[in-house]
Design a protein around this ligand. Structure first.
Ligand SMILES: Cc1ncc(COP(=O)(O)O)c(C=O)c1O
Length: 411
């Protein structure tokens, strides 16, 4: 049989790949598993959205191919949302494109903008479709470590000049997964200015724009002056409306950027089921008052998770946004060993920072996607594992860093 392509072989193992199997084994052994792995809450979408989907499923035309255009009602609802929420006008037909989840669009965009050997600048730790899209397009990732010392922000002035010269894409994601960091407005202004100077496309991943707390309101990159010239922004129905499995999102930006992505997609997919686009339009148009009630539930979970994990020995502040806490580990505790022992000994699934690349070492990610009671229970179990590991230092000294996949450069 033909061998896999170099492209495929350059991909690391996907961080969540082995988890469902491990989880099934533990459950089969009767373990009370608490899964805080994926950013996938145990909450329902709004009921009007479910009703709209069931109505739409009975309309025969909804079952036909959506193609790139999709449901115009959805495009128009997105345009109304962008206007209402961020004060930004977009032409629904030319400056918005429906996606099969934002992950799909983020990954595919690289095919429109990266030639073989071009660089993208990728946050590490960061969402894996930046890396995946780049490597599948035979580009090279320049990984920039997001660390507490740099406020989890990428400083382009610290990227080597030869990389900047060949860089075509900068991926930014604030509110950030997994660190839950937010970006100050002045930082975004500076980044937009630098991307313009350097002729780099700013891919702004705004999947968590509606999941914020304590009065913080995440901006759209398009609220920053000049961003229209350099940025494309990705949004998701998944987190805002508890619709992760529905696979629906959008990208918006100037016509040229959207047309590039649309062309790639037209050879790869035929659009999300239009019944789902209809339901998503209902979510965008009719659920403005539902969102704060959902965010309030996430806030209860955030408070429980941040407080309980802090008490358990992982000092972490309550984040201003997202559904994650990025918990620090003591220096001598490798994150992969900690994650494995927490899973095997206590049945709690978290994501070790090293799964997001070496830059994530020293941390683990908790998704606050279950009830406060379960989060407190998970934190108590994590605290027990930490104590045991600290009582026998050296046992887990091995780090479990993956070999660096080909085609990557590090900051
Ligand atoms: C930062 C970030 N971007 C994009 C996505 C993809 O979301 P979806 O494809 O469900 O719209 C996720 C999902 O976890 C994410 O964390």
């Amino acid at each position: 049989m033909p061998a896999y392509t170099d492209r495929l072989l350059s991909l690391p193992e996907y961080p969540l790949a082995g988890i469902p199997e491990k989880k099934r084994e533990l459950i089969a052994r009767g373990v009370d598993v608490i899964d805080l792995g994926a950013g996938d809450a145990d909450l329902s979408p709004p009921s009007v959205v479910i009703e709209r989907l069931s109505e739409a499923a009975r309309i025969p035309t909804m079952s036909r191919y959506g193609f790139a255009l999709g449901l115009v009602e959805y495009r128009e609802a997105v345009a109304r949302f962008m206007k209402r929420r961020f004060g930004q006008d977009f032409n629904p037909l030319k400056e918005i494109i429906p996606l099969i989840g934002s992950k799909e669009g983020i990954s595919h965009l690289a095919f429109a903008y990266l030639n073989k050997g071009d660089y993208s600048i990728v946050p590490e730790p960061g969402y894996n479709s930046y890396l995946g899209g780049t490597l599948l397009a035979e580009g090279i990732c320049h990984k920039y470590p997001l660390r507490p010392e740099n406020g989890f922000l990428i400083d382009l002035d610290k990227v080597p000049a030869d990389v900047l010269k060949k860089a075509k894409i900068l991926y930014l994601n604030y509110p950030n997964n997994p660190t839950s960091a937010i970006a100050p407005t002045e930082y975004l202004e500076d980044i937009v200015r630098r991307c313009k100077e350097l002729d780099i496309l700013l891919v702004y991943d705004n999947a968590y724009s509606e999941l914020s707390y304590d009065g913080y309101v995440p901006p759209s990159i398009f609220e920053i002056k000049g961003a229209r010239d350099v940025a494309i922004e990705f949004h998701s129905m998944s987190k805002t409306y508890n619709m992760t499995g529905w696979r629906c999102g959008w990208a918006c930006g100037k016509q040229e950027f959207i047309a590039g992505l649309a062309k790639v997609k037209s050879f790869i997919d035929t659009g999300t089921f239009m019944g789902i686009q209809a339901a998503a339009a209902t979510a965008l148009d009719k659920c403005e008052e539902w969102i704060p009630t959902n965010v309030a539930e996430f806030q209860r979970r955030r408070d429980a998770a941040a407080d309980a994990f802090s008490e358990a020995g992982f000092p972490v502040a309550r984040p201003k946004a997202t559904m994650y806490i990025w918990c620090p580990l003591p220096k001598n505790i490798p994150s992969a060993a900690f994650g494995e022992r927490l899973l095997q000994e206590e049945g709690v699934i978290v994501l070790p920072g090293s799964l997001f690349g070496p830059g994530g070492e020293g941390f683990f990610r908790v998704s606050f996607i279950v009830s406060p009671e379960r989060l407190r229970e998970a934190a108590a179990r994590a605290g027990r594992v930490l104590k045991r590991m600290q009582a026998t230092p050296g046992d887990d000294a091995r780090t479990s860093r993956r070999p660096e996949p080909q085609g990557m450069a590090r900051a």
